[in-house]
Design a protein around this ligand. Structure first.
Ligand SMILES: *Cc1c(COP(=O)(O)O)cnc(C)c1O
Length: 401
């Protein structure tokens, strides 16, 4: 992929040629995340979106502590989805004032931890409200809340829809006024609204439409709010290209659309900070999964490169994390990246299941045992979203370079 240079036939990650990096890591398989690419991606977004729009990193995309530490210094806030993620964000030095905590099924101790930490809770159920009120009372600290709204529309063309119709996420638009009244009556510290319509979208016009509708809905609901809206998270859903033929998301129309929203908000919700939250868009293209070829087999004419890595570390790349039809992630033989001698080969892992497939009949440099296979677009939903215990192979190592 174009974001990684090739030097003397080797892929270069974070300034390191891949063979030496593998030696430095000391084992395969490993994930490598490129600091420079992460910084460049944040800068690119800052350049394309209005300066008033705050960027939050949804750390479920990649919770590696060193990476979260780097991101905490680059973005305006961190979105967490569990007390475990909250700990990583706080350890990383993220400002609690700029951390928000979303997710269904927050357990009581998690809600208490959030109040004690001073972070914003995106309320997803009426059940959370009395727990937060009790924590506020007992701890003598404000329970900072935003209401996550399950809107009555969805993000069109998204890989994963997380709003519209019946959902476990957020409060249905219809019950939001009741929640707002409760928050006002019990004196919770109301800050605003959170809307998240979907994920992995490559169509700017769909994202603009969802952001527009989200803004309008929040603006309507603000009429029932107990205090002015100070926080308005319009979601994200920015996708990255994984498969051949996919077009990169065009940020220009999104920037223009958000500029219009910022302008309206300045009049209608003058205290509101507009936030967008992104996971994979920040980190997905900045990461590689690297595995070593341990066997080269030919079965009835088809070449199999059997590696020490597979779906137990890279479930998404294997096609088993939400894909409807399996397609290949971009893959190369990283220590022969410039090679002209190529063949059709499948890259598989060591697991005893045909699902353990990293590349299905791809055109790749001719590889031998000991070579390094790299899977691109692997910086998001990697190890933390994979069944590492499945079949008892060694755990993967992650490095930030
Ligand atoms: C998963 C999630 C995200 C991140 O999604 P990406 O596709 O990685 O950008 C953001 N916000 C919420 C509420 C989420 O659940």
């Amino acid at each position: 992929m174009e974001q990684y240079p090739v030097l003397e036939g080797q892929l270069v990650v974070g300034g390191h040629k891949i063979v030496r990096l593998a030696a430095r890591v000391g084992q395969t398989p490993f994930y490598a995340y490129d600091r420079g690419l992460l910084q460049a991606r944040v800068a690119q977004l800052r350049g394309a979106l209005p300066p008033a729009v705050k960027l939050h990193y949804a750390m479920k995309a990649n919770p590696m502590p060193a990476l979260v530490g780097l991101m905490a210094g680059l973005v305006d806030g961190i979105d967490v989805a569990s007390a475990g993620e909250l700990k990583v964000a706080l350890d990383a030095g993220a400002d609690p004032a700029e951390i928000s905590f979303a997710g269904p099924g927050k357990r009581d101790p998690e809600l208490w931890q959030a109040v004690a930490a001073g972070v914003l809770v995106n309320v997803e159920s009426m059940r959370e409200l009395p727990v937060l009120a009790a924590a506020q009372q007992a701890l003598g600290l404000p329970a900072r809340v935003a209401v996550r709204v399950n809107p009555d529309f969805e993000l069109k063309g998204s890989g994963m829809k997380m709003g519209g119709g019946p959902k476990q996420f957020g409060l249905d638009t219809e019950v939001v006024p009741e929640a707002l009244a409760w928050i006002g009556r019990e004196g919770l510290a109301f800050e605003g609204f959170h809307l998240f319509a979907g994920s992995q979208n490559l169509r700017a016009e769909s994202i603009c439409e969802a952001q527009q509708k989200s803004y309008e809905l929040a603006s309507r609901l603000a009429a029932s709010a107990p205090s002015p809206v100070r926080f308005l998270n319009l979601g994200g859903g920015f996708g990255i290209p994984y498969f051949p033929g996919e077009q990169r998301l065009d940020l220009a129309p999104i920037g223009a659309n958000l500029a219009g929203i910022v302008e309206r908000a300045a009049k209608e919700l003058p205290e509101a900070g507009i936030v967008i939250e992104l996971g994979r868009y920040f980190v997905g293209e900045a990461g590689l999964y690297v595995a070593r070829v341990v066997d080269r087999k030919v079965s009835r004419g088809q070449v199999y490169l059997v590696t020490d890595g597979g779906l137990h570390h890279a479930l998404a790349a294997s096609g088993n994390f939400g894909q409807v039809v399996r397609k290949n992630y971009p893959v190369t033989v990283a220590n022969r990246a410039g090679a002209t001698e190529r063949e059709v080969a499948s890259v598989v892992g060591p697991l005893c299941t045909p699902l353990d497939l990293l590349a299905d009949r791809m055109h790749l440099p001719v590889a031998q045992v000991g070579d390094l296979v790299a899977v691109f677009q692997s910086g998001a939903y990697g190890p933390s979203a994979s069944p590492q215990g499945f079949l008892g192979h060694p755990a993967v190592v992650e490095v930030l370079v």
